[in-house]
Structures are given as C-alpha cells and as structure tokens.
Design a protein around this ligand. Sequence first.
Ligand code: ADP
Length: 191
Amino acid sequence: MNIILLGPPGAGKGTQAEFIKKQFHMAHISTGDILRQAVKENSPMGIKAKSFMDQGALVPDEVVIGIIQDRLQQQDTMKGYMLDGFPRTINQADALNEMLKGLSSWDQDRAIQHVVYLEVPELELVQRLQGRAAKEGRVDDNDETVKNRIKVYFEQTSPLIDYYEAKKLLRRINGRGAIEQITKDILSVLS
Ligand code: ADP
C-alpha cells in the first residue's frame, strides 16, 4: 500500500505516521526529517534548505522533488511507502505523478491508493505548535515561524485537498481528539 499523509503543520502527521508504519510495514518518507538531517550534517542541500526552513517557508520544489525521486528508487519502497510532508504544492503533486509513471519499476502497485487528510482547526494548530516549541525546542516552532508555516499551508498546500478529492483519493480524518481514536479512524480507512 502507498499513501500520502496530508494536513497542516501540527496536525499530528508524524505521530500517526509511526503507528501506520508499524501496522503496514511501509517505508516512511518524511521530507521534513530528511531536510532536518541534511541541515544537521551541513550538506549542500542542508545549507540551501536551512534559511527557508528557519523562516517557515517552503524549500524550493526542485529540492524536495529531488529527494522523493531518489527515495522512491530505493528497494524498501517497493513493498509500500508513506509520504509524510510531501507533496506540499500542486507542482510537487504533479511532479509526483510524473515520476511514478516514469519509474522503471512502474505498475499499478506503485500508485498512491489513499491520501489521508488530517483535519484540524486553525486555532488549535497554533496552540499545538507553540506547545511543541516549548517541549522539543524545534527552531522553526517559534511564534513568527509557526504563523508563517500555517499561512504557507493554507496558501500553497491546502489546494491539494481539492486536487486529491477530484482524483477520488482523499480520506478525511478528524484530527481532533485522542491520539488512539485518530489512529483507529485512519486504520479503518486503510484496511
Ligand atoms: P511541519 O509539518 O510540522 O511543518 P515538517 O517536518 O513536515 O514540519 O517540515 C518542516 C519544514 O521543512 C517546512 O516548514 C519546510 O520548510 C520544509 N519542508 C518539508 N517538506 C517540504 C516540502 N514537501 N516542500 C517544501 N518544503 C518542505
């Protein structure tokens, strides 16, 4: 099974990704994690990405599209993969379609079957992210960056809701409430 996790920053994608991964043994591909690792290692990609991430802006499409392109060629994704934090723009989603079709291993088994959309009201997002800033010390969780990430989400990422709805791939999940309940809702949609 191949899926996309979609939702605003602070929706709980990372938390739910851990449960889904255990259940279905799929490759977990988080562009945020990959970028943070690159920043830590001071690699050329990390150096390029850092200023965007610190401001809560999107890293340029060609960078993240490159990450996904490389990652989807690796063997472990053949048994299923979960994209977490990608795509984040319509352009990235179009690029994903094209690259899946272009894979040497292409067949229907490589296609996306579900886009799990975690829905959380905007006001709650701000509160959650500010809580996380205090707890985990992520530099991009400070007040101003948080506001910008949410703004960027509504402007650039939320159009993907309609995009995947039109492709009949969207699965809406209420992202409020107990973590276990949300996990249950996701698993029931996927099974
Ligand atoms: P969150 O979903 O909590 O905002 P992520 O870990 O998914 O956090 O992403 C952190 C940052 O990494 C984003 O604010 C952005 O700068 C960058 N990033 C991650 N994925 C993408 C992507 N697909 N396109 C552009 N930038 C990305």
